[in-house]
Design a protein around this ligand. Structure first.
Ligand code: AMP
Length: 586
């Protein structure tokens, strides 16, 4: 399969602002792809070479190094290329334009997908002395054989700037249409994706074995399960009502989600975004090996930073200092971590994701031998509001964020990858009518004036509409930023800038600058109001009106642990609006 086919489709996808058209182009691409390489086509389209959790070297070389490769391929100095980028704003476009005019030689071969993928894989794996030179040479050879449009996408891929903004759900829609004939089957594909976290593999299986083959997928140690998430409500009475009185309240710890996969003496740790973060937490690996009695197990919990001498819980920001590549041992001593386990997904050949909460929790207690820093999350089975409220106060006083109240009903399975009503979070209130902060994805910015000249005046933020895989705007956030935030913001967002609104963004407002949905920020406001200029829940509560957050402020917390698809959903905003109405009309 020729790489030019992919490049042509990417160009069309880039030009469209309609999600349905995007799906059509993807279907066209998948239908022209042979099964042997369909996984590679999927990864390339996601702008990577492997699923993140494999922990294999990824592409993502610096722009300067890529420019050196281009320089070698077209015999123009790196300085001139960097100068050209200033005009186009994009090394991909610069390479494409320059290649039309200059070439060291004519292509000797037509690039295939396999050739491009394998070369990028070799480039990503090259390491040790002289590896920079080898990377540049390999890349330059690829560019010499590329057509100008192909070069645009190769360069963007190697510099992690592909920016197609295709979400997992959009790819699953396209796979369902291409290989089962109907978008209706997305749910079946999604379940397999949720328990294996590998879209390339889902594609290969459905293309090879059809819908029946896909249903046979199983949970296995070593492949992370996409994590179950919680809905939110603001009063304990509402939560007990929603769970029909069958509930178990657990401390909501303020740290980082860990999914631990144990196989004999080997342990892997996956983050909420399914990155392999094992190397950052050698202390947790040791604790897991010595405390999990089963031979094979998948358990989940929250890693929390603790005060070394007192064992007190510390906030999330402290823990983030453990997210590093260097000085790991030193930081492990400075900021020790305690793990609070709350779920058990698999034990010695048995898939527990389809079992109810009480069975999973019992299994967790059976296989874990608790240690001072490896514990089972405190919980209380109760349907009594005042008892749960007391438990909530106890959790807050110990440094937790609140509670997660979980269903104990017979159907309280582990719903992989879903934000489910089987788990409801109840967070500590802030001093405003809007009870808790929300996590919003930034999709655009408005330039600042006066004191803010030269940086952003406000960010356009969105909630996620999962069923349509679209981000819908809820507010412009212009306050709450420190001078440091403002200083760093331009750089932080720079690599996500796009020339037009992303096809997965629904916005009535026209931002000065558009971003690919990538960065999630925590925002608190005064209340949720109706608004004709925001597209979140448009026409849902009232005709010609959406929902917006009034007086939004940045809390100072960039949610780097969340992907855009993990941000607060449109449905949650609707729920928050409704529960606010109930309170004011009471
Ligand atoms: P939020 O990040 O506000 O959406 O809240 C959900 C997160 O709370 C989960 O992803 C976990 O990282 C964290 N969490 C803390 N304690 C618990 C618990 N007992 N059960 C489930 N999740 C928990």
């Amino acid at each position: 399969m020729k790489y030019s086919l992919i490049a042509d489709v990417y160009k069309k996808i880039e030009a469209t602002t309609k999600r349905l058209e995007m799906i059509d182009y993807l279907v066209e691409l998948l239908e022209h792809t042979s099964i042997e390489i369909i996984d590679k086509v999927i990864y390339l389209t996601q702008g990577k070479l492997h699923p993140n959790w494999m922990g294999l070297p990824e592409i993502g070389i610096a722009e300067k190094m890529a420019a050196k490769a281009v320089s070698l391929a077209i015999q123009i100095s790196t300085e001139d290329i960097m100068e050209n980028i200033k005009k186009t704003g994009d090394l991909g476009i610069s390479t494409e334009n320059l290649l039309k005019m200059n070439r060291l030689r004519e292509p000797t071969t037509q690039l295939t997908v396999t050739k491009v993928y394998d070369t990028l894989d070799e480039v990503s794996k090259a390491s040790g002395p002289g590896s920079s030179k080898r990377k540049i040479e390999k890349l330059a050879t690829l560019i010499m054989d590329a057509l100008p449009l192909e070069a645009r996408y190769i360069i963007r891929t190697v510099t992690s700037q592909l920016r197609l903004g295709i979400g997992d759900m959009t790819l699953l829609d396209a796979l369902a249409i291409a290989f089962t004939g109907s978008k209706e089957n997305r749910g079946v594909l999604e379940r397999t994706y949720n328990i294996t976290s590998d879209l390339g593999n889902v594609a290969k299986t459905v293309a090879w074995k059809g819908i029946d083959g896909i249903k046979e997928a199983k949970v296995v140690v070593g492949k992370p399960v996409r994590m179950m998430l919680a809905q939110r409500l603001s009063t304990v009475e509402e939560i007990i009502g929603k769970l029909a009185g069958k509930c178990s309240a657990e401390y909501k710890l303020d740290g980082e989600r860990f999914q631990l996969h144990k196989q004999d003496k080997r342990v892997n740790i996956y983050s909420r975004r399914l990155e392999n973060i094992t190397s950052m937490y050698p202390d947790v690996v040791q604790l897991a090996v010595s405390s999990i009695k089963a031979k094979e197990a998948i358990v989940e919990g929250e890693g929390v930073a603790i005060q070394a001498d007192t064992g007190e819980l510390k906030p999330f920001q402290e823990l983030m200092q453990r997210r590093r590549k260097y000085r790991i041992k030193e930081m492990a001593e400075k900021i020790p971590v305690a793990v609070f386990l709350f779920d058990c997904l698999y034990v010695d050949g048995e898939d527990l994701t389809t079992k109810p909460y009480t069975i999973r929790r019992k299994k967790l207690e059976e296989i874990v031998e608790e240690k001072t820093r490896f514990l089972i999350t405190p919980s209380k089975i109760s349907r009594n509001p005042s008892e749960i409220r007391k438990f909530f106060d106890e959790a807050i006083s110990k440094g937790c964020e609140g509670l997660i109240i979980k269903s104990t009903s017979l159907n309280s399975i582990y719903r992989a990858g879903a934000r489910s009503w089987l788990w409801v979070k109840w967070k500590r209130s802030y001093q405003s009518k809007m009870i808790e902060p929300v996590d919003l994805t930034v999709v655009g910015a408005f330039m600042g004036r006066g004191k803010r000249a030269g940086t952003y005046g406000a960010l356009l933020t969105t909630a996620y509409d999962k069923s349509n895989d679209v981000f819908r705007t809820v507010c412009k956030v212009g306050s709450g930023f420190t001078d440091n935030n403002l200083k760093n913001m331009l750089k932080m967002f720079n690599k996500h800038i796009t020339t037009h609104k992303n096809a997965r963004v629904d916005s009535i407002l026209k931002a000065d600058i558009w971003f690919k949905p990538a960065i999630v920020m925590e925002v608190i406001g005064d209340e949720i109001t109706l608004s004709p200029v925001h597209s979140c829940a448009f026409n849902n509560i009232r005709k010609e009106s959406g929902l917006a957050i009034r007086f939004p402020r940045f809390t100072g917390r960039w949610r780097t642990d969340k992907s855009p698809e993990d941000s607060t959903s449109v449905n949650e905003i609707i729920e928050m609006y409704r529960s606010q109405l109930k309170k004011t009309t009471k």
